[in-house]
Each structure stands twice: as structure tokens, then as C-alpha cells.
Design a protein around this ligand. Structure first.
Ligand code: PLP
Length: 403
């Protein structure tokens, strides 16, 4: 082949989510965009906060253009990192400074940089189903292996029995995502305490560090004041991967960061490896304007009332229609049980009603499906009769007839 076969595969084979999104656009051109209910993509629909817009204009009008559009240090603008560190310290009682942060182009870059910085061949990285499907691509891109612990479907917390079986001397890191995409579940403090107790025990047993990577783009999207534990406060070998894509509705601006706490084993070595990985992956000097924007707005509240309203409406209506689902406490996803064993067949059937939902198999959790409810509330309202009709197909006719 004239190109790398592996890269060709990755580039030509779209993810299920992207495929559905493309299908939605084609279908909208035929039936009209109000008649297609695209719940496939986690693209925030809450408007960008006014304070972000004002800050952008202030920066564009107020400073010399070379400062807002020029290169920053590879790790990011010093003053911006300082502001973000201060804001984290105020909110989570941490003791970070600029030196603990590395600015990145969103969480995707942050995660890939961490995987690249930490892993050598034959290393394994563990995650828990249901999980963000890109982890597999990111882990494999650095030559490591992703190990998936099956889901704990009663509450989508961690399946510890399976985890303990899978962790071994090759485990280099464990990646968690809470609030979770796709389940919307927030890991409780009890879960975190159990997780770190096990990790500490295994670090001693294998006599090497096991890093905990906290992928947390949905941290601010938590409902009913549910606490989202800040993991560096629980486990010293933690790396935090954060993104402003969801909290400030800025996914297209590609801005986030990695936190490397002082307490991590061999801080200088780990931070240098992060810098090296960012260099190789060409993720140095994250977008300058947006480094400055998010630094000036760090700690400002996110508007989550639309997501909260959508969650209530959709969750209550689906339960009424006969679906079963763990009530999400965060993010903007619902992960109900599919009404037949084959989640892919179920999602195909949903398409008949122009309901675009993603099979749980894409997240390592067959038998379920994901609804991204970051859409207009009126769209959800209009989709409810269709979800009811879909459910009725199963209750009225019985599975054997409809297959
Ligand atoms: N991690 C999770 C769990 C996500 O859901 C996403 C995006 O949807 C990302 C990482 C990547 O986010 P970003 O836009 O910051 O790269």
C-alpha cells in the first residue's frame, strides 16, 4: 500500500457516531431538519456564555495582536496557567501553580499526550465500560493496549471484581471518566476511595506506579449538587485531563489542559515526558487567544439549566414509556437499556422513526443505547411520541414478530 494501512483504516472507517451524524444530515435534507431527531453527537447546544464573548472582544480590541495571536511557550502562556491553577486551588483546595499545568488542544489531545508520555510497548491501560470509544484509538496509537473492564449495569459505577482480575504488572495507567460519557453517571466518593485503595495496593504489589488519568470534560455538568471528587486529592499519581469544550460550549476552539500535581512520583520526569509527548504529537502551544479567554473566565459558572431540564423530561418520559435506565447525574447523555438484546438492531429500528441513537456496543456495553440530549428541548418534546411508538412495537407485538 502507498500509505500506512493502519492510518488508511482509521481515516476511511468512520466511527458509528460520525456515520449516524452524516446520515442525519442526509435525511434532514429529505424530510426537513425539524423531522429528524439526531441524538448522536455530544455537540453542546447551550449558547457560549456572554462573559466568554465579552472576553474575546476585550482581548481582540485591547491588546496588541501579536500577543493574542502569537506563539506561547510550548506548555502554554505562563499567566494563563497561573490563573487557571489559582481557580482550581480555590475550588478544590489544591496547591497548583503554573508549573503544574500543560495547556492542550482540548481533552482529546490531553489524553493522547498522557498515554504517549506514560506508555511503552507491552504496557496496558485499563478503562471501565461504558467508555469513550476514542480511548481505543488513542491507546493503540502509542503502541499500548486498552483493557476494558465490563460494565456494572446496576449503577454503572465500577465493577471491582473484574477490575481486580484484569489489573496486572503490565498495567501502566487506569483512565476514568466521570461524569461519564455515555452513562451520565458520576463516580461516588465511595467508588473513588475503593478505586484508589486498590491502586495503592497494586502499586505496592508490583513495585511500580500505576497512574490514574481523570478525563473530565463534563466536571461542571453535574446536577442536584452531586459532588464530583477531585482525584488529585485522593491519589498522588493522578493526571487530570480537562477541556472547556462542554463547560463553556467551545468544542471547536480546541482548548483544555493537563494537570501534573507536585506529589506525583518523579514530577520532573513525568512533566518532561508530557512535554516530549506534546512535542511529538505537535500539540505544543495550544490556541493562544483561547488560552487567554479561558484563563480570564476560569471558575465562572456554566449554564446547565437547559441540560437539566432535558434530562428530567427525557428520563421521566422514557421511564413512563417502559424503558429502564440508570438516572444520570451529569454530562448530557442518557444510556437506557435497548428493548431487544441486539442494540445495533434496536438502533436500526429507531431510525425508522428518524430517531438517531447510538448502540451501546460502540461504548463496550452491548444491550444499551446512548441518547445525547444536548439538543433543543422542543426537539425532545417532539421526539417523545416517537420513542413511545418505538417502545410499543416491542410491548404490542412481542420480539419474535418484529424481528
Ligand atoms: N473525553 C470524553 C469522555 C468526551 O466525551 C470527549 C468529547 O466528547 C472528549 C474526551 C474529547 O473532548 P475535546 O473536545 O475536549 O477533545
Amino acid at each position: 500500500m502507498v500509505v500506512s494501512g493502519e492510518m488508511y483504516e482509521l481515516g476511511s472507517r468512520k466511527s458509528t457516531i460520525r456515520e449516524l451524524f452524516e446520515y442525519g444530515k442526509q435525511r434532514a435534507a429529505i424530510v426537513g431538519k425539524d423531522n429528524i431527531f439526531d441524538f448522536s453527537l455530544g455537540n453542546p447546544n447551550v449558547p457560549v456564555p456572554e462573559y466568554i464573548k465579552e472576553t474575546i472582544f476585550e482581548l481582540l480590541n485591547g491588546q496588541d495582536s501579536t500577543s493574542v495571536h502569537g506563539y506561547t511557550a510550548a506548555a502554554g502562556d505562563l499567566e494563563s496557567r497561573e490563573c487557571i491553577a489559582q481557580s482550581l486551588n480555590e475550588r478544590f483546595g489544591t496547591n497548583f501553580a503554573a508549573e503544574n499545568l500543560f495547556m492542550t488542544s482540548g481533552a482529546a489531545a490531553a489524553i493522547t499526550i498522557c498515554f504517549k508520555a506514560l506508555s511503552e510497548k507491552s504496557d496496558e491501560i485499563i478503562t471501565f465500560a461504558p467508555y469513550f470509544p476514542e480511548y481505543k484509538v488513542f491507546v493503540e496509537s502509542v503502541g499500548a493496549k486498552l483493557e476494558v473492564v465490563p460494565a456494572e449495569p446496576t449503577n454503572f459505577q465500577i465493577n471491582f471484581a473484574d477490575f481486580e482480575e484484569r489489573i496486572n504488572e503490565n498495567t501502566k495507567a487506569v483512565i476514568v471518566n466521570s461524569p461519564n460519557n455515555p452513562s451520565g453517571v458520576v463516580y461516588s466518593e465511595k467508588t473513588i476511595l475503593k478505586l484508589v485503595e486498590l491502586l495503592k495496593r497494586k502499586e505496592q504489589e508490583y513495585n511500580h506506579p500505576i497512574f490514574l488519568i481523570s478525563d473530565e470534560p463534563y466536571r461542571e455538568l453535574a446536577y442536584d449538587h452531586v459532588p464530583v471528587p477531585y482525584l488529585t486529592n485522593y491519589y498522588k499519581n493522578t493526571l487530570v485531563c480537562y477541556s472547556y469544550s462542554k463547560s463553556f460550549s467551545l468544542p471547536g476552539e480546541r482548548i483544555g489542559y493537563i494537570v501534573v500535581p507536585n506529589e506525583i512520583v518523579d514530577f520532573d520526569v513525568v512533566y518532561s515526558a508530557i512535554a516530549g509527548a506534546a512535542r511529538v504529537l505537535t500539540h505544543v502551544c495550544a490556541p493562544t487567544l483561547f488560552q487567554k479567554v479561558v484563563a480570564k473566565c476560569a471558575g465562572k459558572p456554566s449554564d446547565i439549566h437547559i441540560y437539566e431540564k432535558n434530562r428530567e423530561l427525557l428520563y421521566n418520559s422514557l421511564i413512563e414509556a417502559g424503558f429502564s435506565c440508570v438516572k444520570p447525574e451529569g454530562a448530557f447523555y442518557l444510556f437506557p437499556k435497548a428493548l431487544e438484546e441486539d442494540d445495533i438492531a434496536f438502533c436500526e429500528r429507531a431510525k425508522k422513526y428518524d430517531l438517531l441513537v447510538v448502540p451501546g456496543s460502540s461504548f463496550g456495553c452491548p444491550g444499551y443505547f446512548r441518547i445525547a440530549y444536548c439538543v433543543k428541548t422542543s426537539n425532545i418534546e417532539r421526539s417523545l411520541p416517537l420513542f413511545r411508538k418505538l417502545a410499543e412495537e416491542y410491548t404490542n407485538k412481542g420480539k419474535t414478530e418484529i424481528i
